[in-house]
Each structure stands twice: as structure tokens, then as C-alpha cells.
Write a protein that binds this ligand. Structure first.
Ligand code: SAH
Ligand code: SF4
Ligand code: F3S
Length: 525
């Protein structure tokens, strides 16, 4: 087949619908044919609802609907009996938590979880679209799963999460990976039972991606990953539209859960013995802006401060919406920890302007000064993008000086990655990749230096550690995090797992601390 014919065969619109209806191939036949271009477009027609980034960008006045009526029918509860599921998660905490929800739904359908791909009857890839390398990882994994699907035609393979919200990704899967059984979006998670049913009994690839702004579904089941730390969504979506970022398109508009629903969830976790909650949102400081009554993150934190749970964190903060009331509440301490992750992205006001971050270097520094005044011991960490289109050497130097001036104790650093559909992806960029890589290396060296220095200060000190379990590298060693989110490794009996104990720091490394359990440690809050 020549290139022209290949293109034509791939054009979705040219497929004759009668061809689809008459297609009676078995599931196995379908998979055997996956390398044949002519076959490719046949299987998704019936259920294909394409995602649309332009539509996803719209922000209408429509109220957010909150649903409390999620239910799984008796029939669907039988569907997974004797079967196993595996979910691979890419991306941020929001995705990790969505995975817990999908695990909850699948468990209610009778499925059991497994870590072994060979045992699984259903495998879901919960994907991230934030940078190109995140997407490449997923496409790599899809490729790895193909032989397994050929071997086990009844295996259901699903792609969900942020990548599913992009039309280019959906088209690529349809054309190049037609052995995938279902693609569903971030707004379609509650539809999982029906989608699985369709994938099991239908012949077509099931594609359901809503490009709407999003509702809130309250009563979804959850199977949480651990019993010590829990995630709690306080809001969904993002309305900031930073010019480089895909999130507002993949996650819909900013919408806050009602305070009482959040408080009830945190109370439940406390009652179940959880020691720490992290309140989640892409921009938690915008919490409450969309509610019909005056309410913000400060007020929510005041309420959560009263709940008997030892540790409360929140992420991610946007500097623009970080208000004085919140600082005041955080300064009261208690279970509100003084670690603030405050992504700055760049130290140059001009770059921040083109990024549409809506604050200047000076405004960011003023905010840091206010936080430091109220919480002198607060730990600040950040996210930084280097090599934004046309970033000059001088502008990058401003990022380096800001890093030092604020004294960030760690930072997630990234090379700018153009995301299709975002404004900056259409801009010309005069910064060569080599220069971007050099900048990243220089920045990372500074981040390492500052992290090491921050760690060094802990040597000889006693810190409170929430013990999470055995260290990943050595099962004889336990590990956990301090209030300011420093990883600590130390030897102690396994009975302290799940408790907060005092540990004396003996040696500081760049990214972690080694220590000794303080003798006769009693549980401390
Ligand atoms: N809502 C958070 C961050 C979400 S994404 C905030 O606004 O701070 C996490 C980080 O990924 C961002 O802080 C940013 O540093 C990085 N990021 C987002 N889009 C990116 C892109 N197109 N290229 C490189 N890094 C990006
Ligand atoms: Fe992306 Fe900006 Fe929203 Fe963060 S605030 S999720 S960087 S658009
Ligand atoms: Fe990635 Fe989506 Fe989170 S793009 S960072 S998984 S919101």
C-alpha cells in the first residue's frame, strides 16, 4: 500500500457504515487484524465521542451539579467475580486519587486487585498529559501490552486520565493501537461500570470522553492505597489557563466541593485511624470562589484544624490567590503543617507575564516575606520551568537568583514542553534544546545544593516522623516523613509503623535524613 492509500484508509469519514454493521469478527479476529490499516477504523464508530480541547476550554455560567446518587446495579456487581484488575498511574496526586476511586468502583463490581499484568483481566492506564515525556511513557506501555492482548483476547485494556481528553491522543490510539478496548476521560470515571460492560460485550472500541466543564460526583466508592495517609479532593479543575498548561483543558473548570462534604470525609479518615490528610486541588487557593456563599480555603482550614487528625497538608498553591486570612490560619499551627509548596515557574516578571501567571517576581517575593513573617520556620518548595519560549539568558539568571533569595528547600524542575492546544505551543521559540538542557543542569545543581544545606541543619536535631513502613531500599530500615516533609530512614521495631515517633537525626543526605529512634518513644502528636 502506498502512502496515499494508507492515509485514505486511515480517514475515519471514508469508512462505509454498512461495513461496520456487517462486521462479525470475533474478538480474537479483531486483534489479529490490528496491523491491517484498512481494518483500523471499523471498530470505534458506534460509540466514538471525540474529545475536543476547544470545547473543553469554554467556561459557561452554568452551575455545577453535585450528584449524590452514584450506584452500581446488582447485575454489574457480579461482572468482576473471580476476576482481577490492575491500574497503572502516571502524573499528579489528583490522578493517584482518581485511581483510588476507580479501584473502589472495580472492587464494588467484584474485581480483586493484582500487581501482576499476567494475572489481570482488566488493565487501566491512568495517564498524564502534562509534558511530552509523560505521554511517551504511556505510549511505550501501550506497545508493551500488545503481545499480552494477543495472547489473552478477553483481557480488557483501557486508557483514561488526562491524555484521553486530547483528540490527538485518541486519534493516535484509534489508528495505531486499535487493540485498546476503551478510552474514557477524566469526567467519565463514574461511567466505568457501563463502559466495561460495553467493552466486554460489544465489538467496537469504546470511546467516551466528555469535554464538558465538569460536575461533582460525591458518593463514589474508594479503595485507598494506604491506611496512614489519605488524599481528599477539595476542588476539581483549573481556570488559570497558564499559557503552557494543558490541565484546564483536561480537568474542566474550577469547582469546589461543599465544605461539609470535605469535613465529613476528613472526619471519617480520622475515625478510621488515618494520621495525615492532603487536601488536593490544582489551585487550592481558589477554593470556594465558585460557591454561592462567602467561603475560602482559610475558613476550610480553620474547620479542619478542629478535627482530631495529627497532620494536614494541602497542594497545590497558586501564589496569585494565596490570601492573608489563609496565612493567619496556617500560622496557628496545630495539625496544619508549615510546609508550603508554592510553584513560582520563573524568576523573571516578563516570563511570568507571558506565562499568564498573573504575578510578578516582586509580588511573589512579597508573598514569601509575609509567609516567613507569620511562620518563620516554614519550609518552601516550588516548581520551575526552564527554557520557556524565547527565555533569555538574563531571564534564566533571574530564576537562579530567585531560587537563592527565597531559599527553596527543594524544587521540581522541568524543561518546557509544548502542549498541543495551548497558546504557547503556537509560539516560535528561539531557545535551542541544548541551551534548555544546560539551564536545567545549572538549576538542578543549585536545587541540590540548597536541599543539602537544608538537610544539614537537621543533624543532631530530634524530628517527629510519621512512620510509613519499610524503606524501599532496605527492608530492615523504616522510613517516614517529618512535618516539613523530609524523608527519614531509621531502624526501629515494625510496631511503630503508622505512628508518629521522635527520631534523632544522625546524618543528613541530599534528599533524606538518617536517624535513630529516640528511646522509649511514646506516640507524639
Ligand atoms: N496547578 C499547579 C501545577 C500543576 S502541573 C500549579 O499551578 O502550580 C505541575 C507542574 O508541571 C507545574 O507547576 C509546572 O511547573 C509543570 N508544567 C506544567 N505544564 C508544563 C509544560 N507544558 N512544560 C513543562 N512543565 C510544565
Ligand atoms: Fe496549569 Fe496554571 Fe492551572 Fe497550575 S494554575 S494547573 S500551571 S493552568
Ligand atoms: Fe498530569 Fe493531569 Fe495531573 S495532566 S499532572 S495527571 S492533572
Amino acid at each position: 500500500m502506498n502512502e496515499q492509500q494508507r492515509k485514505q484508509a486511515n480517514q475515519i469519514k471514508q469508512v462505509d457504515p454498512s461495513d461496520i454493521k456487517s462486521d462479525q469478527d470475533s474478538n480474537l479476529e479483531r486483534i489479529k487484524q490490528i496491523d491491517s490499516d484498512e481494518m483500523i477504523s471499523k471498530y470505534f464508530q458506534a460509540t466514538y465521542q471525540p474529545p475536543n480541547l476547544k470545547k473543553a476550554k469554554k467556561r459557561l455560567k452554568k452551575d455545577v451539579d453535585i450528584h449524590y446518587d452514584f450506584a452500581i446495579s446488582q447485575e454489574m456487581k457480579q461482572i468482576g467475580q473471580g476476576k482481577k484488575f490492575l491500574i497503572r498511574t502516571y502524573g499528579c496526586q489528583m490522578n493517584e486519587h482518581d485511581t483510588e476511586v476507580m479501584a473502589g468502583i472495580l472492587t464494588d463490581m467484584g474485581y480483586q486487585s493484582t500487581d501482576d499484568t499476567n494475572e489481570a483481566d482488566i488493565i487501566l492506564l491512568n495517564t498524564c498529559a502534562i509534558r511530552e515525556n509523560a505521554e511517551n511513557k504511556v505510549f511505550g506501555e501501550i506497545g508493551h501490552l500488545k503481545p499480552l492482548k494477543l495472547e489473552k483476547p478477553d483481557l480488557i485494556l483501557g486508557v483514561c486520565g488526562c491524555m484521553s481528553q486530547e483528540e490527538s491522543v485518541v486519534n493516535r490510539i484509534l489508528k495505531k493501537h486499535p487493540f485498546i478496548d476503551m478510552i474514557f476521560g477524566t469526567h467519565n470515571i463514574h461511567r466505568l461500570p457501563s463502559l466495561i460492560q460495553e467493552a466486554m460485550f460489544g465489538k467496537e472500541m469504546v470511546v467516551e470522553v466528555w469535554s464538558k466543564e465538569g460536575d461533582i460526583i460525591e458518593n463514589l466508592p474508594k479503595v485507598r492505597k494506604g491506611k496512614i495517609k489519605g488524599w481528599v479532593n477539595i476542588m476539581y479543575g483549573c481556570d488559570k489557563f497558564c499559557t503552557y498548561c494543558i490541565v484546564p483543558y483536561t480537568r474542566g473548570k474550577e469547582r469546589s466541593r461543599l465544605p461539609e462534604d470535605i469535613i465529613q470525609e476528613v472526619r471519617q479518615l480520622a475515625a478510621q485511624g488515618y494520621k495525615e490528610v492532603t487536601l488536593l486541588g490544582q489551585n487550592v487557593n481558589a477554593y470556594g470562589k465558585d460557591l454561592e456563599f462567602e467561603y475560602g480555603l482559610g475558613q476550610l482550614m480553620e474547620e479542619i484544624n478542629k478535627i482530631d487528625i495529627p497532620r494536614v497538608r494541602f497542594t497545590t498553591s497558586h501564589p496569585r490567590d494565596f490570601d492573608d486570612h489563609l496565612i493567619e490560619v496556617l500560622a496557628k499551627g496545630g495539625n496544619l503543617l508549615d510546609h508550603i509548596h508554592l510553584p513560582v515557574q520563573s524568576g523573571s516578571s516578563e516570563v511570568l507575564r507571558v506565562m499568564a501567571r498573573r504575578y510578578t517576581r516582586e509580588e511573589y517575593l512579597n508573598l514569601v516575606a509575609k509567609i516567613r513573617k507569620a511562620m518563620p520556620n516554614a519550609t518552601l518548595t516550588t516548581d520551575i520551568i526552564v527554557g520557556f519560549p524565547n527565555e533569555t539568558d538574563e531571564q534564566f539568571e533571574e530564576t537562579m537568583t530567585l531560587m537563592e533569595e527565597v531559599g527553596f528547600e527543594s524544587a521540581y524542575t522541568y524543561i518546557y514542553s509544548p502542549r498541543e492546544g495551548t497558546p504557547s505551543a503556537r509560539w516560535e521559540d528561539n531557545v535551542p534544546m541544548e541551551v534548555k538542557k544546560e539551564r536545567l543542569q545549572r538549576l538542578n545543581a543549585l536545587v541540590n545544593k540548597q536541599s543539602k544545606e537544608a538537610m544539614k541543619k537537621y543533624e543532631g536535631q530530634i524530628v517527629k516522623v510519621l512512620v510509613e513502613g519499610e524503606s524501599k531500599k532496605n527492608p530492615d530500615v523504616l522510613s517516614g516523613y517529618t512535618e516539613r516533609n523530609k524523608l527519614v530512614n531509621f531502624r526501629a521495631p515494625k510496631s511503630v509503623i503508622g505512628k508518629i515517633v521522635e527520631v534523632k537525626v544522625t546524618e543528613a543526605k541530599t534528599w533524606s535524613l538518617d536517624g535513630e529512634l529516640v528511646e522509649e518513644a511514646v506516640e507524639v502528636k
